[in-house]
Design a protein around this ligand. Structure first.
Ligand SMILES: Nc1ncnc2c1ncn2[C@@H]1O[C@H](COP(=O)(O)OP(=O)(O)O)[C@@H](O)[C@H]1O
Ligand SMILES: [Mg+2]
Length: 313
């Protein structure tokens, strides 16, 4: 069956001016597509531009360059008020630190109902309450929680509130920005399992952002690896794990702890040195090395990767 593309990001650039002379290329010419119903993992160290991609997609910034399409419709640049509202309803974001985005003076009812109020999704106060209770239920909380305030909840519960708040508008795409990074390890898998359950029940598509590869492997269908504003490798999750090619991906792989104490002791970590690339004349671009496996490299590197793969077989 032909997969439907729900989000298409083309040559996205997001530069931030620091002062009159300097700027940060937070996202620098990034392209990818997300299929309806999949989980697309976006991985890279802190500062690589992951959050900026998410925020650019949901129009929190005026993008510096490129194009975003959502559901076959133009989603970036100048679009009508109706289209902006439709995008706001259909794309939601979940954040790493829910406390930072939950207003401490608002109770859970009003926090979760914000999307209902903005998009006028309820005709009465009763209907608004019922929608809030239903979504609280879905994320493993109850209507008794609606009158309480953010500080009365644990980290895991607050993330559930953040998820409820995002899902109240019935979005198609949810951008999960390191939603488990701030949580205790014991809570992380609960939240991941909840996200998986909700994805199945509601037919959601996820852009799942993480700074390491350990968890995304298990939840992503495909994974893009980012380094300093660029995607350096993109492949099916299993393919990326079994056959990481870009040295930066390999360095991320070497950073994953192994459960076995003996091999963990012997685990060799290595660092990526970007100066190994010689890009002055032979310019890099995204090249497809095997079907659906893309790598950011120049011609010479591409040929070397191919040679190595042949030897490996
Ligand atoms: N609003 C902003 N103004 C200026 N620089 C920013 C802004 N947001 C992010 N940056 C810079 O852009 C780069 C990418 O940041 P970010 O997208 O937050 O990375 P990540 O989410 O991968 O940690 C960083 O160098 C960061 O300092
Ligand atoms: Mg971030």
């Amino acid at each position: 069956m032909e997969k439907k593309v729900i989000l298409k990001v083309e040559n996205l650039k997001q530069y931030f001016k620091l002062d009159r002379k300097s700027k940060v290329k937070a996202v620098d010419d990034v392209s990818f597509e997300i299929y309806e119903g999949e989980t697309f993992g976006l991985v890279g160290e802190s500062g690589s531009g992951k959050t900026t991609i998410g925020r650019s997609i949901i129009r929190l910034y005026n993008i510096t360059g490129g194009n975003v399409k959502f559901d076959d419709k133009q989603a970036s640049g100048k679009i009508s008020k109706e289209e902006r509202s439709s995008i706001a309803r259909n794309m939601q974001m979940i954040f790493q630190d829910p406390m930072a985005c939950l207003n401490p003076r608002m109770n859970i009812r009003d926090i979760v109902a914000e999307g209902i109020d903005i998009h006028k999704l309820a005709k009465s106060k009763e209907e608004r309450d019922e929608l809030v209770y239903a979504i609280l239920n879905k994320v493993g909380l109850s209507r008794e929680h609606a009158g309480r305030y953010p500080h009365e909840f644990s980290g895991g519960q607050r993330q559930r509130i953040g998820i409820a708040r995002a899902l109240i508008t019935n979005p198609k795409l949810v951008i999960c920005d390191e939603p488990i990074s701030a949580l205790d390890v014991s809570i992380q898998s609960q939240v991941v399992n909840l996200l998986k359950k909700l994805q199945k029940e509601l037919g959601l598509t996820y852009l799942f952002i993480a700074h390491d590869l350990s968890m995304v492997r298990y939840i992503s269908d495909r994974i893009a690896v980012m380094h300093k504003g660029k995607i350096v490798e993109l492949a099916d999750a299993e393919e990326l794990y079994n056959n990481p090619l870009h040295p930066y991906t390999q360095s991320l792989m070497s950073a994953i702890p192994t459960p076995d104490p003996k091999s963990e002791k012997e685990r060799a970590r290595f660092n990526y040195d970007p100066s190994q690339h010689k890009y002055e004349e032979d310019k890099p671009s995204m090249r497809e090395i095997t079907p659906k496996h893309f790598i950011y490299c120049n011609e010479e590197e591409f040929n070397a990767y191919k040679e190595n793969m042949k030897k490996g077989n």
